[in-house]
Design a protein around this ligand. Structure first.
Ligand SMILES: O=c1ccn([C@@H]2O[C@H](COP(=O)(O)O)[C@@H](O)[C@H]2O)c(=O)[nH]1
Length: 271
């Protein structure tokens, strides 16, 4: 999917919502456990319930690989079930020396057919560029939502005066165009999007942290939206575990719809 196509979907749906599929067998409704593949059954019902209100799905790979071969199978079936109109994100946070990154890229882009993958950029150019395959996106961790995101990412470079995360963002833009490269920026420190947009005005940003982590959607849109929206805001637990009863899909649908309606207002205001 190109940046233009993604923006078209955002305008059509009036939504920049990404639903996170962090599917944990210990958290899904117990009545699903009798199914042959409870993880897939849960994801399928979540996708059916939320597809009208979001433009993207982000399975976090840890939740699947922790289950061994069955988990990978559930992931593959989930990916195949996602509507093609929805931007798929393998939240895998990979990155290694070049030949190993190349194998990760094959795993997620050739063996599986994700649109994008999250990548940890710490190992530099040869760890990131193998993921730049035709038509695929790399989503580089920049300023993350967690508490530890402040340990290194805001260290100031005495030479450039930039935060480390800003230098990471600048460097990555030497390797990839805005049609191949997004950045992860947490919703939990929305005002830091001002610093993000100073160095990456045109890139799309994947913004997790709304919902369970208490991130601020209004602030994210105010400081982070650009002329093509430029935002994919993720919520996982806040949507998929809003209820763990028989009504889980309906309740997830309502949560997704609430976020979509707020997003429609924000698009109207800032685009
Ligand atoms: O900075 C980051 C990077 C990735 N994540 C991931 O996003 C989701 C958030 O889940 P919630 O349940 O909505 O909190 C999860 O998969 C994280 O690993 C992030 O939160 N922050």
């Amino acid at each position: 999917m190109t940046k233009k196509e993604l923006f078209e979907e955002i305008k059509k749906k009036e939504s920049f919502l990404c639903v996170g599929l962090d599917t944990d067998p210990n958290k899904i409704p117990t009545h699903l456990l009798k199914e042959e593949d409870p993880i897939f059954e849960f994801n399928k019902q979540i996708i059916d319930a939320t597809a009208d209100y979001c433009v993207s799905y982000k399975p976090n790979i840890a939740f699947y690989e922790s289950l061994g071969p069955k988990g990978w199978d559930s992931l593959q079936k989930t990916l195949e079930y996602m509507p093609k109109s929805h931007f798929s994100i393998a939240d895998a946070k990979r990155g290694d020396i070049g030949n190993t990154s190349n194998m990760y890229a094959k795993a997620f882009f050739e063996n599986m057919d994700f649109d994008s993958i999250t990548v940890a950029p710490y190992m530099g150019e040869d760890s990131v560029t193998p993921f730049l395959m035709d038509g695929k996106w790399v989503i580089v961790l920049a300023h993350t939502s967690n508490k530890g995101g402040l340990d290194f990412q805001r260290i100031v470079n005495q030479e450039t005066g930039n935060y480390l995360f800003q230098d990471v963002m600048i460097k990555n833009q030497e390797w990839a165009t805005t049609d191949q490269l997004m950045f992860v920026v947490g919703a939990t420190r929305a005002e830091s999007l001002l610093d993000v947009r100073k160095v990456a005005p045109d890139n799309f940003l994947l913004v997790p942290g709304v919902g369970a982590q208490g991130g601020d959607l209004q602030g994210v849109a105010k400081y982070g939206m650009n002329k093509e929206c430029g935002l994919l805001v993720n919520s996982s637990r806040g949507i998929i575990y809003a209820s763990n009863g028989n009504d889980f899909a309906d309740v997830a649908k309502n949560e997704a719809k609430k976020l979509q309606q707020e997003m429609a207002t924000l698009l109207e205001k800032y685009l």
